[in-house]
Design a protein around this ligand. Structure first.
Ligand code: SF4
Length: 103
């Protein structure tokens, strides 16, 4: 991972944004998916990243494998080709990318 980038401000998705992302992902076509090799590369970066929330308990279940920078659940973010939340906000196709620039 690259350590020479400036720190990125943490962002929390609102509950509405999380629901919009979930709906978008559930209704998305299969074409909005990156291939398995790309997913594996992304997971390799995220699993080593200090910004990945790893807490696991009944109280913190919703925080498991969530990116603290963008607020996304990684199991949703990693497979997608385009970012459903940003695409909706900006009204144009926005490619899914690591907020810290790791992938
Ligand atoms: S998306 Fe980027 S910043 Fe977030 S956990 Fe993965 S590698 Fe880290």
């Amino acid at each position: 991972m690259r350590e020479d980038k400036p720190p990125v401000e943490e962002k929390k998705l609102s509950l509405i944004e999380q629901m919009q992302a979930a709906v978008a992902l559930l209704t998305d076509s299969a074409t909005n998916r990156v291939d398995e090799h790309t997913q594996a590369m992304r997971w390799a970066h995220c699993l080593q990243c200090t910004k990945r929330l790893q807490a696991f308990s009944v109280l913190h279940l919703a925080q498991k494998d969530k990116c603290s920078l963008c607020g996304c659940f990684l199991c949703w973010k990693i497979p997608t080709h385009t970012d459903p939340v940003e695409t909706r906000k900006q009204g144009k196709e926005v490619l899914t990318a690591c907020t810290a620039g790791h992938w």
